[in-house]
Write a protein that binds this ligand. Structure first.
Ligand SMILES: Nc1ncnc2c1ncn2[C@@H]1O[C@H](COP(=O)(O)OP(=O)(O)OP(=O)(O)O)[C@@H](O)[C@H]1O
Ligand SMILES: [Mg+2]
Length: 370
């Protein structure tokens, strides 16, 4: 099975999975492979390793796509028939863009952007990075400039947080607590003023920060936008379930990751979200037989070295057996749904060559080497 087949006719591919399993690397390799096949592809990465960002030609900051220079593929011996674009998602910047879009005038916009509460909130709201990833995806999708968008997802401990992000945001903006502050007459603000006036005024004297002013200003300006943002969050959420969207589940063969992958698969099914297949990354490959080779090795290499190598071999075999169990468990869950295994490579994947090597497994060797 090749990722190329899984993504036939798709315009959005979301690589989801537990933290640290290889989502960012896999997203980049998938995007590159699809571009090599002739499509114009953009990969939206989140916090890529510095060396990977460098090899994709991504600047430190920036919420914009950049084309990866075609020469880079030739250098790595890869025929690039399409175009690969990449961007590093900046959640804070995306939040700012949302505010810019929804503000009724410049004054409101600046009041929110410069507001201390907003600045903290946009960095810290739980799931905010997750939501902003989907928000950016939605925006680029509707600009219609690419054949395919590949979305990397943030390093959440729990991959499900990602699915819940749009709903959580729209709940937040029309939550009782928020509307309490946003009611005409701002009764909420008055209550806060009375109950905690002393604390705020002491704080203002000690720190010089007028938190109360910030709070009331924030809720006043943000309040007018809340409805628009909430409605958009709903539409953004719908993108996840569209027919031309597909989720690829990235996992490692470790037990916890497999448990989470199985859970995630079921959750997609419950929510009727489209599932393309699973990618089990960093699989240890090793011999299946359990014949004891230590005597042979000792005879061949001498006692000391032979024993060392035998021990090494044994470790390897154990890891491989363990990984096979994990992969097997996921396979049983998936039934006839596609699963692609990618071995643990000798080195970290941080350049075009490394991505192409990963791509060989993802695309079942269909890359054309030049
Ligand atoms: N098949 C592989 N063989 C060897 N190294 C790999 C492989 N896949 C990924 N790596 C390396 O593993 C590390 C983690 O990968 P990556 O950053 O893609 O994970 P992630 O799921 O995006 O993590 P996070 O959840 O923190 O965002 C990177 O250093 C990457 O180069
Ligand atoms: Mg990552």
């Amino acid at each position: 099975m090749s990722v190329g087949e899984l993504l036939e006719g798709k315009r959005v591919c979301i690589c989801a999975g537990a933290g640290g399993v290889g989502k960012t690397t896999t997203s980049a390799a998938i995007a590159m492979g699809m571009a090599a096949r002739g499509l114009k592809v953009a990969v939206l990465t989140i916090d890529p390793a510095k060396r990977l960002a460098n090899s994709l030609g991504l600047p430190e900051l920036g919420n914009e796509e950049r084309q990866v220079a075609p020469e880079r593929f030739a250098e790595a011996g890869l025929e690039m028939r399409g175009e690969l674009w990449a961007m590093m998602l900046d959640a804070k910047r995306t939040w700012d863009e949302v505010i810019e879009r929804h503000a009724s005038d410049e004054r409101t916009r600046d009041a929110v952007l410069n507001n201390r509460i907003y600045q903290e909130l946009s960095n810290a709201v739980a799931g905010s990075t997750e939501y902003m990833a989907i928000e950016k995806l939605f925006e680029i999708y509707h600009e219609d400039r690419y054949d395919l968008l590949v979305l990397d997802t943030p390093p959440t401990r729990n991959a499900l947080e990602f699915l819940e992000a749009p709903e959580r945001l729209s709940r937040f903006v029309d939550s009782r607590s928020l509307s309490f502050f946003l009611k005409p007459g701002r009764i909420g603000m008055k209550v806060i003023g009375r109950g905690s006036g002393l604390i705020f005024s002491v704080m203002k004297r000690v720190t010089g920060i007028d938190l109360l002013k910030d709070l009331s200003e924030f809720f006043q300006s943000f309040g007018d936008m809340a409805v628009g943002i909430g409605e958009r969050a709903e539409r953004v959420g719908e993108l996840l379930g569209q027919r031309d969207t597909t989720f690829l589940l990235v996992t490692s063969p470790q037990r916890d990751a497999i448990d989470e992958a199985i859970f995630f698969r079921r959750r997609l099914r419950d929510q009727r979200l489209p599932f393309g297949g699973a990618i089990v990354n960093r699989v240890h490959e090793g011999p299946e037989s359990d014949t004891d080779v230590s005597d042979d090795l000792e005879a061949l290499l001498g006692e000391k070295l032979g024993r060392k190598v035998a021990r090494n071999f044994e470790d390897h075999r154990r890891l491989a057996a363990h990984d096979r169990t994990g992969v097997g468990r996921l396979m049983r869950e998936l039934g006839s749904e596609p699963l692609i295994a990618v071995p643990l490579l000798d080195d970290d994947v941080h350049d075009i060559g490394g991505l192409a090597e990963l791509g060989d497994y993802l695309f079942a060797g269909e890359f054309v080497q030049v």
